[in-house]
Design a protein around this ligand. Structure first.
Ligand code: 5GP
Ligand code: MG
Length: 469
């Protein structure tokens, strides 16, 4: 069974310090995946790679970095969402073909991988991983076209769903994006050479300047001949993931060409306009609620207080596959300050509610710390439907808003008032046209059909299986 992923990817071409740059890019993309990471670099003649389970700082020690040579390469940080952490699924996925080495880093989730894998297996393909990324590599090498680029162009129309990809070949790197543009991928200029990355924050640390977001369906070839863009003949309706702005991306990044900070702040401002309650202060649930809380407090004219402190040595709590460990790390991660909130009526701002587990625990903790009235604002609409394009949203039955009304959720998490941002205001918060986003997790309208994926998810839920391994 393929894994659902939202990850961070990067690639560099034309710089002697390629490995170092990729390393720093992965550091700044760490929030996109903390399970495993990897780098492959090369010079055309030779290549070297290093990868492992865990954080970038754990995997790439100085001695290991010294082994990575060459003027180009790609990297990956992985966020597996099925609970099956397996070293064999670490990316970049590397393959040998006719005596040459190729590799691929993938962010996103294919919706037709089950049928693609089945038809490859019928023809005798064997697989080493449960990644849908491996399917892409197989298909490319099986294409009858001659060159690697032609093979890629031949195969991309066959794969459906979300994919931002960076390939490594003996000639250089190739970046590609699905025609719906589900996941971000942008191009930057280094003093020497070019780089691509999921988010522009990776450029800041690598000393690159932002050029632009890749176009939907674009294939960008970066090699000794320079940089070449190949655009699809036909454009489809784009379906950029709006959740990148709400939660996933870093606020110091541009994704899809837009500042995440500005969009997030606007989400908070618009929420303030729709928020009927008031309190003595606005408190963000850090870190993901912080920027919208700033927008909210400025719009409402209420003081902003950091009434909850975040322990920075605990990672993103969703990364914990088991509910028990998730609950424990939520407690360790966030601690309310009694001296700030004791005896006060407060408005807490959260970016999103998914299962409702962490929200309930946080509200309980805020009550214990002496908060009087607690109103909660959420800077997106209720998440009612699973995501098949790479965000870690479970089956509808595990999504609190999948089965409960806003009033019921308000009661369950124990707040005195719960307000979600409306769909219109969410879309109006981002400068890109609203109809160009994927909002399937709110509406259930899936821009690319994903029937078999939906069935799989249901099966997994019913049998209690979270992954194949
Ligand atoms: P809940 O209260 O529903 O259990 O969890 C909501 C919290 O999870 C919010 O604070 C939100 O920032 C965070 N969250 C939402 N989506 C994701 C995701 O895809 N990955 C991670 N790591 N956290 C998420
Ligand atoms: Mg959060």
């Amino acid at each position: 069974m393929e894994l659902k992923e939202n990850c961070g990817i990067t690639g560099v071409y034309g710089n002697k310090k390629a490995a170092e740059i990729i390393h720093s890019a992965l550091f700044s993309l760490q929030h996109r995946g903390q399970e495993s990471c990897g780098i492959i670099t090369g010079s055309g003649k030779n290549h070297s790679s290093a990868m492992g389970m865990g954080l970038v700082s754990d995997v790439f020690k100085p001695a290991c970095m010294k082994t990575l040579r060459g003027h180009f390469g790609i990297g990956h940080v992985r966020y597996s969402t099925t609970g099956s952490s397996s070293p064999k699924n670490i990316q970049p996925f590397i393959a040998e073909y006719r005596g040459k080495t190729y590799a691929i880093s993938h962010n996103g989730n294919l919706v037709n991988s089950t049928s693609l894998r089945r038809s490859l297996e019928k023809r005798g393909s064997i697989f080493r991983t449960s990644l849908d990324t491996e399917i892409i590599m197989h298909m490319i090498m099986m294409s009858r076209k001659e060159s690697f680029i032609e093979k890629i162009l031949d195969v991309l129309p066959e794969i459906k769903g979300a994919f931002s990809l960076v390939f490594f070949s003996p000639e250089g790197i190739v970046a590609a994006k699905d025609p719906w543009s589900f996941r971000p991928l942008c191009l930057g200029k280094l003093e020497e050479g070019y780089m691509v990355a999921s988010e522009s924050c990776a450029f800041d640390f690598a000393g690159a300047s932002y050029i632009r977001e890749l176009e939907p369906g674009e294939v960008l070839v970066i090699d000794g001949k320079g940089i070449k863009s190949i655009l699809p003949e036909k454009r489809v309706r784009t379906a950029r993931c709006i959740f990148e702005f709400i939660y996933f991306a870093r606020p110091d990044s541009r994704v899809f060409g837009e500042s995440v900070y500005h969009a997030r702040k606007k989400l908070g401002e618009n929420l303030a306009k729709e928020f009927p309650h008031t309190g003595e202060m606005v408190i963000p649930i850090p870190d993901s609620g912080s920027i919208s809380a700033i927008g909210f407090s400025q719009k409402k004219g209420l003081p902003f207080e950091m009434g909850i402190v975040r322990n920075h040595y605990v990672g993103r709590t969703f990364i914990q596959p088991l509910q028990e460990s998730r609950e424990k790390s939520v407690r360790i991660k966030l601690n309310p300050i009694k001296e700030v909130i004791g005896g006060k009526d407060i408005v807490v701002i959260e970016d999103s509610i998914v299962r409702g587990t962490t929200s309930r625990m946080r509200i309980t903790d805020l009550r214990k710390s002496g908060a009087k009235k607690i109103y909660m604002g959420v800077s997106c609409p209720p998440i009612r439907h699973p995501c098949f394009y790479g965000i870690d949203f479970p089956d509808s039955r595990q999504l609190i808003a999948g089965k409960k009304s806003v009033k019921e959720i308000e009661k369950e998490i124990g707040v005195d008032g719960l307000i979600y941002l409306s769909m219109e205001s969410m879309l109006a918060s981002i400068r890109l046209p609203g109809e160009e986003f994927c909002t399937a997790c709110f509406t259930g309208e899936y821009p690319v059909p994903c029937g078999s994926q939906a069935r799989l998810k249901k099966e997994r839920f019913e049998t209690g299986r979270r992954g194949k391994e």
